[in-house]
Design a protein around this ligand. Structure first.
Ligand code: COA
Length: 151
């Protein structure tokens, strides 16, 4: 994937192992409790994701190279839709202090572009009610209902 120029000079590119300890875990901490994951464990997870071949973990980097935003695109293969592909945009997170600068928008647009490049016929995401307007401005529309079963 070619690095994309984001808003205010942020670069959006695929995550590298060095990003884990350079802002990526901190950024994801804005989204959810990281439950004490270490940098080494984070790098192992990233390696596993790359090996699986269906994940694209994208990061937005500031001028000093540290990570200020992240999202993951998961490309699902289907038998229906003649073997079509669906892009799942997951875990959009912007580092505390960097909100409202277009980082989230750049990441979602890059994930949608990557999904298009991989032949996906649609992109889907789950979000809380308060973000329906945000994703609506990025071209998404309300569709179906998210369901969950905790295991
Ligand atoms: C929500 C989040 C992804 C937005 O990213 P961001 O980089 O701060 O937002 P952007 O700069 O792309 O967009 C800013 C615009 O969106 C608007 N916006 C922000 N939150 C919004 C919301 N909940 N609903 C509607 N619009 C919203 C802002 O008002 C701003 O509007 P403007 O361009 O007219 O000034 C980010 O703040 C974040 O990581 N929050 C915590 C984690 C989270 O909730 N992730 C979403 C999981 S689905």
């Amino acid at each position: 994937m070619k690095p994309a120029a984001g808003a205010e000079g942020f670069e959006v590119r695929e995550a590298r192992p060095a990003d884990i300890a350079n802002g990526l875990l901190e950024t994801l901490g804005h989204l959810s409790d990281l439950e004490g994951i270490t940098a080494a464990e984070g790098r192992a997870v990233l390696r596993e994701m790359k090996r699986a071949g269906i994940y694209r973990l994208l990061v937005a980097c500031s001028k000093d190279g540290s990570v200020v935003g992240a999202t993951t695109l998961l490309v699902e293969r289907k038998l229906i839709h003649r073997g079509g592909r669906v892009g799942h945009v997951e875990d959009v997170a912007v580092r505390v202090g960097f909100e409202g600068k277009g980082v989230g928008r750049s990441l979602v647009e890059a994930a949608v572009e990557a999904a298009r490049d991989q032949g996906c016929y649609k992109c889907v995401l789950d979000c809380r009610e308060g973000l329906v307007g945000y994703y609506g401005r990025l071209g998404f529309r309300r569709h179906d209902v998210g369901m969950r079963l905790d295991l």
